[in-house]
Design a protein around this ligand. Sequence first.
Ligand SMILES: [Zn+2]
Length: 388
Amino acid sequence: MAVAWVRRAQATIPPELVESAGGPFFPRWSDGATPGVDLPVPMTNLRVPVGWSCHMLSILLGVSDNLHEPGRGHPDSPERLTRLVGSLSAAGYEISRCSREATRDELITIHEPTYVDRVLGLDGIGGALDQETLLGPSSVKAALNAAGTALEMSDDLLGGNDRQSFALVRPPGHHARPGGGAGYCVFNNVALAAERLRRKGLRVCILDWDVHHGDGTEDAFSANSDVLFVSIHSDGLFPEDTGRAADVGRAAGRGCTVNIPLPAGSTLAAYALATDRVILPAVRRFGPDVVLSSVGFDAHERDPQGNMLLKTGDFAYVGSAIRMAATGSASGRIGMVLEGGYDVEMIGQCAVELLRGLEGKSVESPAQDLTEEERSRIEEVAKIHGLE
Ligand SMILES: [Zn+2]
């Protein structure tokens, strides 16, 4: 039997989140044991993939994140997280509740103080950061918890090799720039986690799989040589004017931004070729100490916000690609942060597939589906970055 160290719950999960998920997430934790103490909990359902000597996956749920109510009909609905938690629990994954909130001092490691103060001033009130980034009265609390959960995830990775941690958070973060939120994003959760690790002297790689370009993350690190940012996304979907292959970073960070803009309608074949030709070679050349990933599920063929054609099972490939990227210098240290994914019917199973890929499930990528345009786009990126 594998044994993992599971952090005990330290906070109360919102009742409405529990009810909407069909009951308590962690019934066996309500056994009266001392909260806040690390205890060895036997995990009979922990899968240990071949080749991973000490696989330790923790999944962190921001307990306040579903207090974020951007309004009826908004794509970033609380149901996204509810469905994710329900599917992962049903698949046998343990989920830890995380109540940590990012502090102002932590937020200004990435964001401009004036922006942070503007957001904090909306606590209890709500407001609009732009036309689609809308905050309800409790959204600031949720955003602080989302950022805090990502920071907790980064701390998890410092515990040793072969650590994987997945932060289930909302609002998402990768469109949030240092100076302002956008695209449903308030604080840049993955960037805050990366910066925390960077300040501890680690070289960090961020792989962004969301169908939209991670412009906020790119902006945060574009001049930085300690952080490799790789984004594979739909060309011009959102934002329209960022994420071009020619955008490679600036100053000391030149070459440490890798954009792979794919044409709309791309399938797994394009993602697989991009992984082989660009992503893995770029990561190996950079030599990260840790691999973080912005995980979006909106490249799914059914996603109302996307225009790609990934199938549910294809997310196992994404998981396996993240795993491959962390093999070597990163010693299996992987931190993942939830970004987009707006088809609530599919998002949970996509996450399950992602984790199965992370654990070693292999997926066939049908090369015959590759179009000439997809191939030439990927080869162009490889050429720009000297990955011949
Ligand atoms: Zn997205």
